[in-house]
Write a protein that binds this ligand. Structure first.
Ligand SMILES: [Zn+2]
Length: 334
């Protein structure tokens, strides 16, 4: 088994209008393939495809505060409860965080966790390690209980849509959990990647250094070689197979890394993101997290998901992962 970092330069030529008719201009991009899954990516020259946004999110959030089901006045009254086999109290609590069932049945056991009932507006630069870790811990507790109660539902994931451009239907920031009998497409693809290949990939990234961001005990953070979206950051937890198996200390460590990544996103002018953490119920599999930024709300809003991402499974991005890693390192090394 040998890991490969394949990249190919592709060039073309067009004729552009000029004072003397048309003159030739070279075009070009770099094609990259993910070393673990072969998922392709087109890396374009930098052209501001993800502009930073100064949209008034606080003002926008005020519009939904009077009816938001996750706000303090309503959350404990209007949200559903888990069956007793999963939680005696019907929900999971940690610090400010609360985790309750998702009314939308996205999985056989589906959960929603909020950072806190008073966190209706939570800009990225205010997302601290404590807020992330407490939120993650409620989800890990939920997943562990759901797995214990239902031996058929072995595919576990935690994921987040943050702010409307990411697909979130509610403004109030939250994370979602799923414990299901079937894998999603990416869970199935990821489960087919041998743990030894992941080990080779991480060793190669550590030795090359250009995309490696930090090693924090149990977790390796990298900029993705072939991004699946903008500012694609990846975390690998080689000693763990699935989210429900994470001990509290590692949840804390993951919370610290995610909070650092979101501080970086804030500095890059981002306000919306998606992440997903999943593994596989198989010995030797490596639990991993992927985080991408989404376009911010803007007067001239453009979705960052085009036919390339939706239908070709090939991200079109204009930022070099090597530069992202360089910008990320100070946030992880404080
Ligand atoms: Zn709210």
């Amino acid at each position: 088994m040998s890991v490969s970092f394949r990249r190919e330069r592709v060039e073309g030529e067009i004729l552009v209008p000029s004072d003397s008719g048309y003159e030739p201009r070279r075009t070009g991009y770099e094609m990259r393939w993910d070393p673990l899954t072969s998922q392709a990516c087109k890396l374009l020259p930098e052209s501001n495809l993800l502009p930073s946004s100064d949209f008034d999110l606080a003002g926008f959030g005020d519009q939904s505060k009077s009816w938001c089901p996750f706000c303090a006045e309503r959350v404990e009254r209007v949200t559903p409860r888990f069956a007793a086999a999963i939680s005696a109290e019907g929900l999971f609590r940690r610090g400010e965080a609360l985790c309750f069932p998702n009314l939308a049945g996205y999985a056989r056991h589906a959960s929603v966790s909020i950072y806190g009932p008073d966190r209706h507006f939570l800009p990225l630069d205010q997302i601290t390690q404590r807020l992330v870790a407490d939120n993650l811990q409620t989800q890990v507790d939920f997943c562990r209980s759901a797995c214990r109660a239902d031996g058929e539902a072995t595919w576990v994931s935690l994921s987040a849509n943050h702010m409307l451009p990411s697909g979130s239907s509610l403004f109030h920031p939250h994370v979602q959990g799923a414990v299901d009998p079937f894998p999603t497409t990416q869970q199935a693809i990821s489960a087919g990647v041998p743990g030894e290949l992941v080990g080779e990939y991480l060793a190669a990234e550590r030795s090359m250094g250009e995309r490696h961001i930090a090693s924090s005990g149990e977790i390796e953070w990298l900029a993705a070689f072939a991004p699946a979206g903008f500012h694609d950051l990846r975390a690998f937890l080689p000693r763990f197979e699935s989210p429900e198996r994470l001990p509290e200390l590692v949840v804390q460590e993951l919370g610290r890394g995610l909070a650092a990544a979101l501080q970086l996103y804030a500095e890059l002018g981002c306000s919306s993101f998606n992440w997903a953490l999943f593994g596989a119920p198989r010995p030797g599999h490596v639990l991993n997290l992927r985080l991408v930024a989404r376009a911010g709300l803007h007067e001239s809003y453009r979705s960052d998901v085009t036919y390339f991402e939706r239908l070709h499974g090939t991200a079109l991005v204009d930022q070099a992962p090597e530069l992202l890693a360089e910008r990320a390192r100070p946030f992880f090394n404080t």
